[in-house]
Design a protein around this ligand. Sequence first.
Ligand SMILES: NC(=O)C1=CN([C@@H]2O[C@H](COP(=O)(O)OP(=O)(O)OC[C@H]3O[C@@H](n4cnc5c(N)ncnc54)[C@H](OP(=O)(O)O)[C@@H]3O)[C@@H](O)[C@H]2O)C=CC1
Ligand SMILES: O=C(O)[C@@H]1CCC=N1
Length: 275
Amino acid sequence: MSTQIAGTRVAVVGTGTMAEAVLAGALASGLEPADVVATARREARGAELARTYGVATTADNAAAVADARVVLVGVKPKDVAAVLDEIGPALPADAVVVSVAVGLPLSLYARHLPDGQPVVRTMPNTPAQVGAGVTAVVPGPTTAEPDVALVEALLAGTGQTLRITEKEIDAFGALAGSGPAYVFYVVDAMAEAGVLMGLTREVARNLAVQTVLGSGRLLAETGEHPAILREKVSSPGGTTIQALKRLDDGGVRAAFLTALEAARDRSAELGRELG
Ligand SMILES: NC(=O)C1=CN([C@@H]2O[C@H](COP(=O)(O)OP(=O)(O)OC[C@H]3O[C@@H](n4cnc5c(N)ncnc54)[C@H](OP(=O)(O)O)[C@@H]3O)[C@@H](O)[C@H]2O)C=CC1
Ligand SMILES: O=C(O)[C@@H]1CCC=N1
């Protein structure tokens, strides 16, 4: 892996939360800081990135991409078109542009970049920062396989990658892209319940985090269906079933279904608005 990405020049244009998480994952798995230029509009942010990761930083997006082999565009969806217009003329013809923006179709990139510029649309999630992410990969229609493989090699340090079709990516984003937020919401709520019952905040948080971590590992390592694992915790006439009944009474399962549909629909809507 590191062999393939060693020496690959990477530019990160707009280094916010998600781009930083991808950068951190890639650097931890063999990408060399000396091969990275990250852009930041604010001087303090640039200094922070340079200090944390040892990468070069600049406020000049076009200069950053001038000798890049891979360009990760990390700005918000509403800012992507302007950034593509800005960097397009400076891009080497073989530079692969990597999208992380929710909602924006590959066709937007084709419209705002020079003809034939390779593009890979992705949908990462923030656990990329600790190498435990999952990223959807959708190759652009004219992007060559070695270019897609190079992007996948860069992303390998951020966790799993999964090739999907563009029509699946709104649902992928709703489940996995936004997913960490739902899990943090649940952890926060469980910890709050612990505080309600008199545990210290520190103990309650630790119990909630460790329980989610352990449950995730149990799911991943056994491959068991979550319903089976849930049944194994819920003794007949016992305590857990009392709690699960309250969650069902509160419509929590149904709320998850409509919540993810809403995220998917917003992704599609952003595509229509901005794409
Ligand atoms: N957050 C997440 O969990 C996920 C996000 N994404 C996608 O990632 C992208 C970024 O989201 P996120 O990281 O959350 O947002 P952030 O606001 O954290 O990051 C965006 C960054 O872009 C910078 N920026 C904006 N305009 C420019 C510009 N013209 N030139 C250079 N830098 C610029 C901002 O700088 P400044 O700080 O100065 O405003 C900021 O650092 C979005 O497209 C989103 O859809 C995808 C999956 C998950
Ligand atoms: O909320 C958002 O718009 C971004 C995209 C997926 C996760 N966070």
